[in-house]
Structure formats: structure tokens, C-alpha cells
Design a protein around this ligand. Structure first.
Ligand code: IVH
Length: 681
């Protein structure tokens, strides 16, 4: 590589790695595996060492990836929050041990030392500040120097003590660090619920934990059932000499620690630990992606110190994502309630990371093309951070000589309607919305879901039976069901008959009770594309009645909070369809609520009635959420974007420049926090 090539490669790597850092930390949607990321980073590190003159000021080798988010208050860490050097090889681990010995010799240190091995929990790191035994602040790693203040959200995590009984050995001030994670069981249940509600399942527990922690409402965070393990205690004059004592101290103060840690007398014992946990870690309730090896003696830790990025006294050994080879036996196609087609790889069953894998998602036709996969191919299946395995590559050497390129399905596997694919969309669709059985049943299942109309007496089996009897084709048909039409439920024997009678009674009662569900739930239940639970709520709040929502123009729809062009267009498309209009009419006639109930409980005044506001930036006295609540409590409405019709823009520090500019252009009154309070008198 000549100088020019090295310079160019360094620039490309810097940009690529920074891009993947943003995807991982900010958007929670990584596109490459940890291993691929670490390989890129190592290449950059090596090049920068050889050509230091080409290192760029924004080089990711000099700083930790950042998760800072302008929506949260920024707090400076008392002690920088660093990352860990990592390796995937045993050889490098032995080098690490040699380096320690060398550094000790250089410092004339001749003390015995040991290691502590801990699992590397795959979550989000957090720093907790305590003063006089009370939790003061919880801060994310951010860029290592400053992080987001997520105290309110962290307080919802039950295993994190809000206060610790003070006793003699509790320092006045200290900081505890650890990992917030989403247990696998919680993640799986959340995804099951999302699938039933017709929402995209989340990719993996780590990203879901990270996304959950950055929710704007702590009540939403509480629902996510996050958990936390602590592994690091910081403070001044702390009364112990080793890391393992610190862990025990944390435990005695009621912090949750993982019992999986172990003191190892030498690097060989570390290797043993790594081997044992490679398989055993899959029995734990959370995802782990490696082992963290730390020098146990704090005096030695102090001598070794830190680089700009990580401590010299610790290293992470990461397990490679496990992968196995198996045969692709077939491809099946699943039809979702919206008609979206998902191809699924049917694999020869194989054991991988503790479970037998029989199927893997192939996402869409593009993914199949990217892999170049054919039937009977030998494929590599991998389980990385994801619980759902994925196919990473085809072993071409083993391809059958007579194999043929794969033809993607042209017709719906359920109703044989030709599939369509809209421009710019990756997914194929079955357009037979009202005639395709899984779409019909899926829409009913969505309609009765507990987050929608909450008809729990109507399970999957009953939906199937009602569909097969030809009694229910759309949700409105449910409200026409009579006891007489449900005779088919009754079986022969007397005992069973009683059970069946009860079932029919419960079913009808459940349907009747659902009429009390509020408008926002009805709106969610109808199943308009892109109208999830939150969007339905925002729409109900903003438009108040179904008539107003139906009549709204594209621009008016986008005035509502969180409604962008994609959702607005989907609403317009939905309401212009005559079959949808008549379905809504039937639901309305059945007695479902199509008007939002006004929440008068928090009402303070009507001073801001009819006035619209956009909030931008951060404020001194109130958080953005509090400001919003205040506006609404006084009758005003908060919108997300500035338009000519807007009444006020409330601008705090670091308000969005484009919002400010647009407001000035349209002569909209711009208020600061003080101005807003004056408005309220
Ligand atoms: S110790 C000064 N111990 O891994 C470094 N980190 O890649 C202190 N992590 O930011 C970190 N499990 O979020 C440590 N047992 C463990 C860990 C752990 C997971 C995370 C942590 C850190 C990242 C570094």
C-alpha cells in the first residue's frame, strides 16, 4: 500500500465506522455484525499506527461510539466512561497477560496478581450516582465524557435501588456502573405481542433495551420490564483492595450482581472460564457476547491506568457468533394480516447456540437474491445478537450440479392471487385483502387483540371456526353474531353442551363489552397500515371524531403530532376505499365509539383553547414533556412541525434552526420559556 492508498483507506474506514457507530448507538439498527465492525476497527487502528499523519480528527479509534441524544439533558461524567479493548483470539489474550507482566516489570512491581472473569452482558451501559444512599442520577455512556440523563426512566427498573440503608461503610458519594438489559423472555413476549398487533418484531434484546431506555415517557419504559446487573464501583477512598471485594460490597448494598463472575489465579484459568461459558451462557436469562477479564488487584489497576479509550487492566474476549452448516430443504411463504409476504427458509434441523433451528427468516426477495441461495444448497446459519437465526452464506463448493436458480413466488400460497410489489418496497404483497384467508383471519385477530378491542373470549381457534363457517369476514360481522348462528359450536354430549353454551355466552358478552373501548383503541383495531397504538392515540387526540379524521386532507393529517407523509398517505388511501367506508359505518352503527372522550381530569384552564404550539430545544424550568402537558392542560394543542397556520413556536436553547427559520418566515410568534409563562398569566 502506498501513501496515497493508505490515506484514502483511512478516510473510507473512518467514515464507514462512524456511520456504523451511529446506526448502532443512535438508531439501534446495526447493519453489520460485531465481528465485522471490530475487524474494520482493527484495520483502521493498524493503518493509523503505521501512518499516524493520516489519522483524522474524528477517528473512531480515539473515542467511544456515542449514544448522546439531544432530547435528554446532558450530564458530564465524574469519571469518564470508557470502552474495552477486545479480542476474538486466545493468542491475543496471552499477549494481554504478557503485556501486564512487562508493564509490571517496567514499574518495578513484583506483587502477585489474579484476574476476575465476568460475562460480557449485551445491553446498554449505565452510570448511577448515589449521594447519602439516594440515587441521584442515572446517565448513559454517551460519548464517554457526557451522557444522557435518563434518571426518570432508570427509576422504573425494579432491581435498581432508589435508596440504600445507610450504615457505617456506605460512602457519602459513590458511582456504580453496570449494564441495563432486556431479559430474553421479556423480549420474546414483547415480540409475540407485536406480531399479533401487526407490528414489525424488534431485532434483538440489546437494541430493544437501548430503544426502551430512550423513551420519552417513563411509564412506557416501565412496561418494558428492563433489568440491570452492576459490575463496577467508583468513588474516593473506597475501603477494599480488589475488584471481587468491590462486587461483594455492591451485593451487600442490595445491588443486583450476576453470580457468574469468578476469580482466576492465572491466564490459564481464564481460558478455562471462557471455554466453560461458551455453551453455558445460553442457559442464562439474557444475551451475553463474551467474557470481560479484569485485573483483580486495584493497586495494580491503578499502575496500569487507561488509554484514551479503555483501561489497560481489562480486556473483552468476544465469542464469535456461532454458526453451523445445514441444508436448505425448502422455502415457504407466510402471509401477514396486511398481505405482506415473508419468505421462510425451511432447514434441515440443526443444533445452534442451545436450540434446534429449523427455520430462518429470509426477509424478502432482495435478501434471497443477495445470498444467491438455491434449494438443497448447503448454507451457513448464524445466531449473533439476534434470537432469530439468519442465513449468512451459501457453501458453493457443495452445490448440487443440477441445481437451478430459485424462482420467487409469483402467486399467493394461500389464495393464489398474483403477488404485487410496489415501487420502492422490498416486500411482495397479496392484494386480495378481503378474500385471502390469513389476511382476513389476521385482521380479525388484530381487531380483537387486548391492545385493540380486547375481546379475549375470541381466540385463534374460534376465529378460524367463525371464518370457516362463513360467519365472519370482517370485524363488523362480529357485531351481527347471534346466539342462534353459533349453534355449530354445540357438540353431542350433554356435559359438553353446557361448556359450549358457556363459551357462546362468553363470546357474545366479550363482543358486547368491546363497545366500551375508547375511540383510540377502535382506531388502532381497524388496522390501517402504519397506524399503530401510539399513532392511533395521537390521531384520536388531534381529530377527536372519525368524521373529522376521514375528511382531513394530507396537509391537515400531517399537522398532528408524529404523523408524517407515509402515515398520512396511508390514511387517505384507506378512507377513500368505499368498502372501508361502509365497514366503518357498520362499526359505528354497531355502537363502537368513534368520538374521543375528553380527559378533563388534568384540566387547568381554557386559556390556550384553539391555539397550536410547536416545542423545540431544551428548557430550564420544564422538560419538553412537562411543557406539553402544561399546554394541553390549558386547552392548547402541540404539533410537531411548523406551518403557516401555527400560532406559537416555543424555542428553548438549541432549538432547531430550520423550525426557527420557518417560523420567522411565516411571522409566527416565537416564545421563550418566560414568554410562555407570561402567556399563561
Ligand atoms: S467493565 C472501564 N464489565 O461492555 C470499562 N463492561 O465494550 C468498564 N459490558 O461499556 C467496563 N458486561 O457496557 C464491564 N462485565 C462487564 C461488562 C461490561 C458488559 C459492556 C459495558 C462496556 C462495554 C465495553
Amino acid at each position: 500500500m502506498n501513501n496515497a492508498e493508505a490515506k484514502a483507506r483511512i478516510a473510507t474506514l473512518t467514515e464507514t465506522i462512524n456511520h456504523h457507530n451511529t446506526l448502532y448507538y443512535i438508531h439501534n439498527t446495526p447493519q453489520i455484525s460485531d465481528y465485522e465492525f471490530d475487524t474494520l476497527l482493527k484495520e483502521l487502528e493498524a493503518l493509523e499506527q503505521q501512518y499516524p499523519e493520516y489519522q483524522l480528527p474524528n477517528s473512531p479509534t480515539q473515542r467511544v461510539g456515542t449514544d448522546r441524544d439531544a432530547d435528554f439533558e446532558q450530564v458530564t461524567h465524574q469519571y469518564p466512561m470508557l470502552s474495552l479493548a477486545n479480542t476474538y483470539s486466545e493468542e491475543e489474550l496471552l499477549d494481554f497477560d504478557k503485556r501486564i507482566k512487562k508493564l509490571m516489570a517496567e514499574n518495578d512491581l513484583n506483587i502477585p496478581y489474579s484476574y476476575v472473569c465476568e460475562l460480557k452482558f449485551d445491553g446498554v451501559s449505565i452510570s448511577l450516582r448515589y449521594e447519602n444512599g439516594i440515587l441521584q442520577k442515572a446517565i448513559t455512556r454517551g460519548d464517554g465524557v457526557q451522557g444522557d440523563d435518563v434518571t426518570a426512566n432508570v427509576k422504573t427498573i425494579r432491581t435498581i435501588p432508589l435508596s440504600i440503608a445507610t450504615n457505617n461503610d456506605l460512602p457519602e458519594k459513590f458511582e456504580v456502573r453496570g449494564e441495563i438489559f432486556m431479559p430474553n423472555s421479556v423480549f420474546e413476549q414483547l415480540n409475540e405481542e407485536r406480531v399479533v398487533a401487526g407490528e414489525e418484531p424488534y431485532a434483538n434484546p440489546r437494541n430493544t433495551a437501548s430503544g426502551s431506555l430512550k423513551q420519552k415517557k417513563s411509564s412506557e419504559v416501565a412496561k418494558r420490564k428492563l433489568d440491570c446487573y452492576l459490575y463496577y464501583l467508583l468513588g474516593e477512598n473506597l475501603p477494599y483492595n480488589t475488584h471481587s471485594e468491590a462486587i461483594k460490597t455492591l451485593e451487600s448494598w442490595q445491588f443486583q450482581i450476576s453470580q457468574t463472575y469468578q476469580v482466576c489465579p492465572d491466564i490459564q484459568a481464564v481460558m478455562e472460564y471462557i471455554k466453560i461459558w461458551e455453551e453455558k451462557r445460553h442457559t442464562l436469562p439474557l444475551e451475553t457476547d463474551g467474557v470481560v477479564i479484569k485485573i483483580n488487584e486495584l493497586a495494580l489497576q491503578e499502575v496500569l491506568g487507561f488509554t484514551s479509550k479503555s483501561p489497560r487492566w481489562a480486556i473483552a474476549y468476544k465469542y464469535k457468533a456461532q454458526s453451523v452448516e445445514t441444508t436448505l430443504q425448502g422455502i415457504t411463504y407466510q402471509v401477514g394480516r396486511t398481505g405482506a409476504i415473508t419468505p421462510v427458509a425451511e432447514l434441515k434441523p440443526v443444533l445452534l447456540a442451545g436450540t434446534t433451528v429449523k427455520r430462518a427468516s429470509l426477509h424478502n426477495a432482495d435478501e434471497i437474491e443477495r445470498l444467491g441461495i438455491r434449494l438443497q444448497d448447503s448454507v451457513w446459519v448464524e445466531k449473533g445478537g439476534e434470537i432469530i437465526p439468519k442465513i449468512t452464506a451459501v457453501n458453493l463448493a457443495k452445490r448440487q450440479p443440477d441445481s437451478q436458480p430459485l424462482q420467487y413466488a409469483t402467486h399467493c400460497p394461500e389464495c393464489n392471487t398474483p403477488l404485487i410489489r410496489k415501487a420502492g418496497e422490498a416486500q411482495h404483497y397479496c392484494p386480495n385483502e378481503r378474500g385471502c384467508p390469513p389476511q382476513i383471519k389476521g385482521k380479525i385477530a388484530h381487531f380483537v387483540h387486548k391492545k385493540a378491542m380486547n375481546i379475549n373470549s375470541l381466540g385463534e381457534e374460534t376465529i378460524k371456526a367463525l371464518f370457516e363457517q362463513g360467519l365472519v369476514r370482517t370485524p363488523a360481522d362480529l357485531y351481527d353474531l347471534k346466539e342462534e348462528s353459533l349453534n355449530f359450536f354445540y357438540k353431542d354430549s350433554q356435559k359438553k353442551k353446557n361448556d359450549d353454551r358457556l363459551k357462546v355466552k362468553n363470546l357474545l358478552q366479550g363482543i358486547e363489552n368491546s363497545k366500551k373501548q375508547p375511540f383510540e383503541k377502535v382506531l388502532f383495531a381497524i388496522g390501517i397500515r402504519f397506524v399503530g397504538e401510539t399513532v392511533a392515540k395521537k390521531l384520536a387526540e388531534h381529530f377527536q371524531t372519525i368524521e373529522k379524521l376521514q375528511q382531513a386532507t394530507l396537509e391537515e393529517l400531517q399537522q398532528a403530532e408524529e404523523i408524517g407523509s407515509k402515515i398520512a398517505e396511508s390514511l387517505i388511501d384507506f378512507f377513500k376505499e368505499p368498502t372501508n367506508q361502509s365497514e366503518i359505518q357498520r362499526l359505528q352503527q354497531a355502537g363502537l365509539s368513534m368520538v374521543a372522550q375528553k380527559d378533563e381530569t388534568n384540566k387547568e384552564s381554557s386559556l390556550l383553547e384553539g391555539k397550536t404550539f410547536v416545542i423545540s430545544g431544551t428548557f430550564e424550568q420544564l422538560s419538553r414533556d412537562e411543557l406539553k402537558t402544561k399546554i394541553e392542560a390549558n386547552g392548547g394543542k402541540v404539533l410537531s412541525s411548523v406551518s403557516a397556520k401555527l400560532h406559537y413556536l416555543i424555542a428553548g436553547s438549541e432549538a432547531g434552526p430550520s423550525k426557527l427559520e420557518k417560523a420567522k418566515k411565516n411571522n409566527i410568534t416565537i416564545l421563550d420559556e418566560k414568554g410562555f409563562f407570561e402567556l399563561l398569566g
